[in-house]
Design a protein around this ligand. Structure first.
Ligand SMILES: [Zn+2]
Length: 418
């Protein structure tokens, strides 16, 4: 049987990529950007071997038979992070309602959505994501395995599996059909149910625990959250807490979670509390267009956006550690998952946050939160070769991140300048 052309092209690509991995690649970096220090080094060479950075420096010897990638006219920086993705979920223009979207689409279809989103995120320069649930019945774990096994291209994933929440999760169920909350959520109201939910998630491949603290009138208490953090911590997992209310965010901060997600109603006092407890804010600061894509009317989307910008400014002023997270799950005409995700930098610009700080929020801060800072997030010897290039220096023009021209993931080239 003759293989369809697209399949054979893909097989060839995979072959080329795996062949490339075995050899040394030298990248000529015109401007090497270090987000950690906010500095640039000119005319550097990065040697990549077996998926990792072998050496970085000016005037390095390029061994014979090395593949040279000339990015002398580009700025080079570590791959970007999205610490709040939902790769296997997508609402569409004809239905923006999450509940009906989630119950209509089986896990197998959700995994296919994930394959598409993962590739689109990579193409926009996101080489690592923390995926925080709403992926059907562990489609995220399946996607992560497929990426790790080289079956499909995608970012490194730290995935949450099913979201653990008080009864009902983020839905408003009706009494005849309470099972419609499955499989998106694991309802856990007692400590026994929390232990069981955490262990089920870990067993089925979760690398982080995501809880919804306060989407119902009954919310997780400080004691509940401490209990979850301790149980997850026994297996080395951190906890991400979705917080919509002031009280929820306070409980999460006092409960010792690793990150507060959204937190858009946090007062200055709640932000101070997060800072004191070393909790990272993953603000999912929606630009207006992304807010509209949630299905909100234009005037409400603008107000919603303004609330995020106000909180973003206050969080920056107070000095809360932040990591970039988008909560991007809506399919939008003319955009990819990646282009929507990168558009969130506009919110940081609007809030007056300097480019240097935005870059840290998108790389080293997020790497620290995900617990991968020893492998990813900087371009130093021994780190995985997650490398991107932009036409301009992002420290001078952060908007250049919307035009990522080159993407290397684990030493494999996924995108080259045209
Ligand atoms: Zn989310």
């Amino acid at each position: 049987m003759k293989l369809p052309r697209i399949y054979s092209a893909f097989a060839l690509l995979l072959f080329c990529l795996s062949a490339a991995q075995a050899q040394v690649i030298a990248i000529k970096a015109g401007k090497l950007v270090d987000p950690d220090t906010g500095t640039v080094a000119a005319n550097q060479i990065i040697l990549v071997e077996n998926g990792r950075i072998k050496a970085v420096g000016a005037g390095l010897q390029i061994p014979a038979a090395t593949t040279v990638i000339d990015l002398s006219n580009y700025a080079i920086l570590p791959g970007l992070f999205d610490a709040h993705s939902h790769l296997c979920q997508a609402t569409t223009a004809d239905n923006r309602d999450l509940f009906t979207t989630d119950i209509r689409e089986p896990t197998a279809y959700r995994a296919i959505i994930g394959v598409v989103s993962a590739r689109e995120m990579l193409e926009s320069g996101f080489t690592t994501v923390r995926d925080v649930g709403n992926n059907g019945n562990y489609a995220d774990t399946a996607l992560r395995h497929a990426i790790e096994n080289g079956l499909v291209p995608g970012p490194t994933m730290v995935n949450a599996g099913r979201i653990i929440a008080p009864f009902g999760g983020q839905y408003h169920l009706q009494p005849d059909r309470p099972e419609l909350g499955n499989p998106e959520y694991l309802f856990a109201d007692t400590h026994d149910e929390m232990i069981k939910a955490i262990r089920q998630n870990i067993h089925f491949g979760s690398l982080v625990i995501k809880i919804v603290v306060d989407d119902q009138k009954y919310i997780y208490s400080v004691d509940d959250i401490k209990f979850i953090v301790e149980e997850a911590g026994k297996a080395g997992l951190k906890v991400a807490a979705h917080c919509m209310t002031e009280q929820g965010a306070r409980n999460a901060a006092l409960g010792g979670v690793a990150s507060i997600e959204h937190g858009f109603r946090m007062s200055d006092e709640a932000l101070q509390l997060a800072k004191q407890h070393g909790v990272v804010l993953v603000g999912t600061d929606f630009p207006v267009r992304a807010a509209e894509a949630l299905g909100l009317p234009a005037d409400f989307a603008r107000k919603f956006h303004d609330i995020f910008i106000d909180r973003l400014k206050r969080a920056d002023k107070i000095g809360v550690t932040m990591a970039y997270g988008t909560d991007s799950f809506a399919a939008v005409e003319g955009e990819t998952r990646g282009t929507m995700a990168i558009s969130y930098i506009d919110s940081f610009v609007e809030a007056g946050i300097p480019a240097k700080e935005i870059l840290k929020i998108m790389t080293t801060n997020a790497a620290q939160l995900l617990g991968v800072q020893k492998q990813r997030g900087t371009l130093k010897q021994g780190m995985f070769a997650d490398i991107i290039a932009t036409p301009e220096n992002p420290l001078e023009n952060i908007q250049t991140l919307k035009r990522v021209s080159f993407v290397m993931k684990d030493g494999k080239v996924l995108k080259q300048p045209r």
